[in-house]
Design a protein around this ligand. Structure first.
Ligand code: AMP
Ligand code: ZN
Length: 113
C-alpha cells in the first residue's frame, strides 16, 4: 500500500523513532509546530477516524495512554501538552493513516487555527 506512515512503521522510510511496540510507532514530526512534536501511529492502517470500527476502541485508548507516557518522559506533562487527531482535509489531515499529534514545550493557544 502506498502509505507514508505504513512505510515509516515497516522501516521502508526512515524516521526518528522514539517508541515502538506491536501496536504503535511514535516518531518526531518532520515539520515540528512546537519544541516537542511527536506523531503516534497504529501499526494497523486506518485511513481516517471515520473508518474506525468498534474493535479499534482499545487501540485508540492505547495510543492516548502512550501519548501520556511520552509526555511524561519528555517532561512536558506538568506544564501542559496537547494531543489531537485531524480528520480529513478540512481539518488539516494530510497523511491518510490516522495519527495522534503530541505537542508541547510551549504555551498552546486556544482555539486552534
Ligand atoms: P496531519 O496534517 O494531521 O495529517 O499530520 C501529518 C503530520 O505528519 C504533519 O505534521 C507532518 O509534518 C508530518 N509528516 C509528514 N511526513 C513526515 C515524515 N516523513 N516524517 C515525519 N513526519 C512527517
Ligand atoms: Zn498506512
Amino acid at each position: 500500500m502506498d502509505c507514508l506512515f505504513c512505510k515509516i512503521a515497516n522501516g521502508e522510510i526512515p524516521a526518528q523513532i522514539i517508541y515502538r511496540d506491536d501496536l504503535i510507532v511514535a516518531f518526531d514530526d518532520i515539520n515540528p509546530q512546537a519544541p516537542q512534536h511527536k506523531i503516534i501511529i497504529p501499526q494497523k492502517h486506518i485511513a481516517t477516524l471515520n473508518e474506525l470500527r468498534g474493535e479499534d476502541s482499545e487501540l485508540i485508548g492505547y495510543m492516548v495512554q502512550s501519548a501520556v507516557m511520552l509526555a511524561k518522559q519528555l517532561n512536558i506533562a506538568h506544564d501542559g501538552y496537547r494531543v489531537l487527531f485531524n480528520c480529513n482535509a478540512g481539518a488539516g489531515q494530510s497523511v491518510f493513516h490516522i495519527h495522534l499529534h503530541l505537542l508541547g514545550g510551549r504555551r498552546m493557544n486556544w482555539p486552534p487555527g
